[in-house]
Design a protein around this ligand. Sequence first.
Ligand SMILES: NC(=O)c1ccc[n+]([C@@H]2O[C@H](COP(=O)([O-])OP(=O)(O)OC[C@H]3O[C@@H](n4cnc5c(N)ncnc54)[C@H](O)[C@@H]3O)[C@@H](O)[C@H]2O)c1
Length: 356
Amino acid sequence: MRVLVTGGAGFIGSALVRYLVGEVGAEVLNIDKLTYAGNLESLKPIANAPNHRFLKADICDRASMVEAFETFQPDYVMHLAAESHVDRSITGAADFMQTNIIGSFSLLEAARDYWSRLPEERKQKFRMLHVSTDEVYGSLGDDGLFEETTAYDPSSPYSASKAASDHLATAWHRTYGLPIVISNCSNNYGPFHFPEKLIPLIILNALDGKPLPVYGAGANIRDWLYVEDHAKALWLIVRQGRAGEKYNVGGRNERRNIDVVKRICEILDDLRPAAAPYDRLITFVTDRPGHDARYAIDATKLETELGWKAEQTFDTGIRKTVEWYLSNAWWWKPLREKVYSGQRLGVLKPETASGL
Ligand SMILES: NC(=O)c1ccc[n+]([C@@H]2O[C@H](COP(=O)([O-])OP(=O)(O)OC[C@H]3O[C@@H](n4cnc5c(N)ncnc54)[C@H](O)[C@@H]3O)[C@@H](O)[C@H]2O)c1
């Protein structure tokens, strides 16, 4: 099995590549531009694996993508490359439009060109998975869950760019017959998560004795999924998902942000008691503009049609995650020192609120 993965040096992409190369035994071509979020150190566990090849390239570069398809001859394509941080999209949306929309378009065209020339049997088996987010659905009230049929209603430049790319993927299926499947997943957490995102930021700030920033009143709800459960779901969906269909992915683990932060504090109180209690560091800060109130995924289709089930609950997954950060400073320390040290992102100054 030959699998072309984009964004495989990022958080979810690297979990997927470690799984495909280390456990599944697939041949993987990993294409990544290595933006601030891409990190080859996340692939260290498979550094010497003969079934992993890395190509530093931009998905917007159509000629490189065409050449990669031509030389690698993939059976499956799993497209994860994206700009992924909502806060960064609020203060600088250009890279999100470029990579998430134009880059996805470029990859779709390269895939279509390649797929249309495959012999019939390989053409039938070929699948492309477009990896997306539940944020395309917008915000829920107190009740209800996102289903595959929920109308798109994105709130941030990030989620709007992902929604656009989902529509492109659907159009390439309907118009050209390209066998594409789309997955929409809830918030991930776990090892190798870049320290700008909530869970690693809280763990690392706590270890440094720094304030633990919580947006607004901390009442926003996310539906958390352990990243390795997501990687397994993606591999199942690309092989067994029906072309033209969407599959929601989520672990049925809704939590308020403040409860996530408190749980991390409790685990650290237990594992690193010298500086306890960590919840004294919790600091409420101005809310994110356009902050969606609640996300919650109905994963029934994935569970019943493809037999997937999350293996980690939030309690088991979050403990594993805190333990991982405590034992793997070699990975996050250089990032905290050289790439991102925990400063607030995504704040609009009044004079720039128009985006001009
Ligand atoms: N993190 C989540 O909770 C979550 C949830 C649902 C869906 N998703 C989606 O999953 C995918 C992966 O998310 P993530 O959290 O791993 O993101 P990430 O930011 O950690 O990684 C993205 C990777 O894409 C690479 N990349 C960015 N622009 C590129 C370009 N133009 N060409 C080639 N590579 C490029 C980066 O270098 C990085 O390695 C994204 O498509 C995201 O929208 C993420």
